[in-house]
Design a protein around this ligand. Structure first.
Ligand code: ATR
Length: 278
């Protein structure tokens, strides 16, 4: 039951209606009997500052941030973690006695999802250099991988690889034309482009996928993208997008509550919500 003691956590973004976050998080609060509630709040760009101040004034425990506010919110916080600083983007905020601390769980969430699948991360190929690509590339490089970043706009991949090298880690860059060459010896492949979200398309020709490769897609819906289906058929270990969502969700859940997140409950809630939309 929601009472005056219930701790409130929000998702702010525009749009937010499609998000699986409320279903996943409320199921977890309920399973552990925690007095929290998670709500989606549509916040327009011009209302961001007021919304953040409002959540602080109202005693919210924290919030998630999605498009288009991930970058702009950084300037409104008291502190941001290293990953958020590198990516210039925050997706999780904890409010502790009026102090706002932001982090970016996209990269660490993706890394945990790959590790859960026991992926060999020595030579990963990452497709995409947008917001998600930046976060995942940094997490992989920081973890010790020699990451190859391939992007449709090569200049963006090159700028990202340089920023990673400047931070003291390893990274190379190229265009999507380099897929065949780099995938031959790769141990893992992560799609951080939006290809596969709206149309049943894959950013990688099926013939390039091979056994021994772990393939992850950050696209959550559909659950089994063309890339994931092709990878399965080629004998690869597959990590669909919901795994990254789950591990990201786990990290923010634990930051807000201090409790171990019930991953199985969260997984089932996400799967049922996706199936119900079909
Ligand atoms: P996100 O924050 O989800 O990463 P984004 O910042 O808009 O979203 O980045 C989208 C990524 O998908 C980019 O790497 C983009 O490539 P460009 O940098 O060249 O734009 C990639 N992308 C989008 N549509 C694509 C397509 N049709 N083919 C290949 N890459 C595509």
């Amino acid at each position: 039951m929601i009472t005056s003691k219930t701790k409130v956590i929000a998702l702010i973004g525009d749009p937010v209606q499609h998000s699986l976050s409320p279903v996943m998080r409320n199921a977890a609060f309920e399973a552990l009997g925690l007095d929290y509630v998670y709500v989606s709040l549509q916040v327009r760009k011009e209302g961001l500052k007021a919304a953040v101040e409002g959540m602080k004034a109202l005693g919210f425990r924290g919030f998630n941030v999605t498009m288009p506010h991930k970058k702009a919110v950084c300037a409104l916080l008291d502190e941001i973690d290293e990953s958020a600083e590198f990516c210039e983007a925050v997706n999780t905020v904890v409010i502790d006695e009026g102090r706002l601390t932001g982090s970016n769980t996209d990269g660490p969430g993706a890394l945990d999802a790959l590790k859960e699948a026991r992926a060999d991360l020595s030579k990963p190929v990452l497709l995409g250099a947008g917001g998600a690509g930046r976060a995942i590339a940094y997490a992989l490089a920081k973890d010790g991988s020699d990451v190859v970043i391939l992007n449709r706009s090569v200049d963006k991949a090159e700028a990202l690889a340089k920023k990673i090298r400047d931070a003291g880690f390893r990274a190379k860059a190229g265009g999507l034309g380099g897929l065949e060459k780099h995938l031959k010896n790769a141990t893992a492949l992560c799609n951080a482009t939006s290809v596969g979200f709206e149309k049943d398309e894959s950013p990688v020709a099926a013939a390039l996928l091979h056994e021994g490769l772990t393939v992850m897609d950050i696209v959550v819906e559909p659950r089994f993208t063309r890339l994931i289906r092709d990878a399965k058929a080629a004998g690869c270990t597959v990590v669909p997008g919901e795994k990254m969502l789950l591990h990201q969700g786990k990290k923010s859940f634990e930051a807000w509550t201090g409790e171990k997140a019930p991953l199985d409950v969260m997984r089932k809630a996400v799967e049922s919500a996706i199936e119900a939309k079909r």
